[in-house]
Design a protein around this ligand. Structure first.
Ligand SMILES: [Zn+2]
Length: 498
């Protein structure tokens, strides 16, 4: 069945989207959730396993305290209440990548409840209510071999890697997100972005979406504009980039509007998002509620985190992203837009480090946001991946501030640093980059330029001082940009009118 998509803007004239986002975050603990196996990413298959995470008979799980500390930090940062007592539960289902045939999770007794996270889109704040944050363990990974797409369809056989089985996984579930209108895809993206920043600031996960340590399931439903009865939702599983979160919501709005316009009903199902086409396709139907036969995990004691410990985690936590943004906005006198550009460019850490290392905020911002951002874009890499450090930017800024370099020469210094020619000082030395402010040298060049441009010189003699710009340009050209332009201008006017 193919659905005619309804253009986005048109869909929004007739329907109001309701979102819900479930995010899984793998914690960066050294060992797994219930055993001592390493969690290191990228090890050869099935080398980080033991009887506990393979679910062998007679093995018993033990809760990882560092993981509980991690989830409580996340819960507190999301303004949740941390319950005084809760339990793990067994979620029973069969899947080849889950060796125990059940997953230890939490069901009706999650550890963190009733929080919120504020996100900003186009200058407006949206409060995303958090229903729950609970602790569970990750599954292994299936690898389907022999097919063209790496999917199970068309594969010759499948292999299972249990290294990931048992890695601590935190699930964060929002309450329904309503009244976002045409901003729904942006709000979804802003939420995922802010959540990622928050968890990264807490230092409890590397939250790398491309490696799967953070992944979002995005629920979307539509209701007729003005209605208060929610529609049937679809759930797009394991969306693994911020951009895809936004695109999948957008696509589901266009698709579901098409289904509803045709007088059909939206099917409750999981869907897969395809990066290449920006569309979703049908996965497994969820019309029959699955019975996971949850029951309290009999092999683990209940969790009752002491209040003093929770209070300590709250007191000792690092500065959170929202507070940090407010601080740098004030310290660096930025507009909302300027700050947003810095955050979007992924430059906040770099600029802050550069300022801490001694550069003026305005200079640090200028180099990272203009010159270096442009180069990162040209090379198709993240700003942090450029081979230039905050210390390099501090040094170049200092050379500009003391008049040894102008902006044009500074750019050439960055050329050299990026080309691996060494530190800024080494590049200056090797390339012979320095401002010619030596009066004698500059004076000689100016005399030549005046001699070569008699018409312009005459105008200046006649009082048209503005014409000096053309001669300054000629001086800069003659010195390959290394003259002190201000000083050259003074000297030209002095020579012709003095
Ligand atoms: Zn293990």
């Amino acid at each position: 069945m193919t659905t005619t998509l309804v253009p986005y803007d048109e869909a929004l004239t007739r329907y109001e989207p309701v979102l819900g986002i479930e995010t899984h975050i793998e914690l960066g603990t050294k060992s797994k959730m219930f055993c001592g196996c390493s969690t290191e990413f990228g090890a050869p298959p099935n080398t980080q396993v033991c009887p506990v995470c393979l679910g062998l008979p007679g093995s018993l799980p033990v809760t990882n305290q560092a993981a509980i500390e991690g989830i409580i930090k996340i819960g507190l940062a999301l303004n949740c209440s941390i319950v005084e007592w809760c339990r793990f539960a067994r979620k029973n289902y069969f899947y080849p990548d889950m060796p125990k045939n059940f997953q230890i999770s939490q069901y009706d007794e999650p550890l963190c409840v009733d929080g919120h996270l504020d996100v900003e889109v186009d200058g407006e704040t949206y409060r995303i209510e958090i229903e729950r944050v609970h602790m569970e363990e990750d599954t292994g990974k299936s690898l389907h071999v022999g097919g063209a797409t790496g999917r199970i369809q068309g594969a010759d056989h499948s292999l299972v890697d249990y290294n990931r089985a048992g890695i601590p996984l935190v699930e964060i579930v929002t309450k329904p997100i309503v009244a976002t209108g045409d901003k729904a895809p942006l709000v979804a993206r802003a939420y995922a972005t802010e959540l990622r920043e928050l968890v990264r600031a807490l230092g409890v996960s590397d939250v790398r979406m491309e490696q799967g340590s953070m992944r979002c399931d995005v629920n979307v439903s539509l209701m007729p504009a003005g209605s208060s009865v929610w529609g049937t939702r679809s759930e797009t599983k394991n969306v693994n980039s911020l951009r895809s979160v936004e695109r999948s919501v957008r696509h589901e709005i266009e698709r579901q509007a098409g289904v509803l316009d045709a007088g059909e009903r939206v099917i409750q199902e999981t869907r897969h998002f395809h990066e290449d086409t920006g569309t979703t396709t049908s996965g497994r139907s969820k019309e029959e509620a699955q019975d996971y036969r949850y029951f309290p995990e009999p092999d683990l004691v209940p969790m009752a985190p002491p209040r003093e410990w929770v209070d300590e985690l709250l007191t000792d936590r690092p500065e959170l992203p929202a507070a940090r943004r407010a601080r740098v906005r004030a310290e660096w006198s930025l507009s909302d837009k300027e700050l947003q550009d810095i955050v979007n460019a992924g430059a906040l850490d770099l600029i802050e480090e550069t300022v801490r290392a001694g550069a003026e905020a305005s200079a640090a911002r200028k180099w990272w946001m203009n010159e270096l951002s442009r180069r990162a874009t040209e090379q198709g890499v993240e700003l942090t991946e450029l081979p230039v450090t905050p210390a390099d930017v501090v040094r170049v800024s200092a050379l500009v501030a003391e008049g040894a370099l102008n902006d044009k020469l500074a750019r050439q210094v960055f050329d050299g640093v990026l080309a691996g020619e060494g530190t800024p000082d080494e590049v200056v030395e090797k390339r012979g980059l320095k401002i010619v402010s030596d009066e004698g040298e500059l004076s000689t060049v100016i005399d030549e330029v005046i001699a070569g441009n008699p018409d312009i010189a005459e105008k200046i003699r006649g009082g048209k001082v503005a014409a000096a710009g053309a001669l300054v340009g000629a001086v800069m050209k003659a010195t390959r940009g290394q003259a002190d332009a201000g000083r050259a201008r003074e000297l030209i006017i002095q020579k012709l009118t003095g």
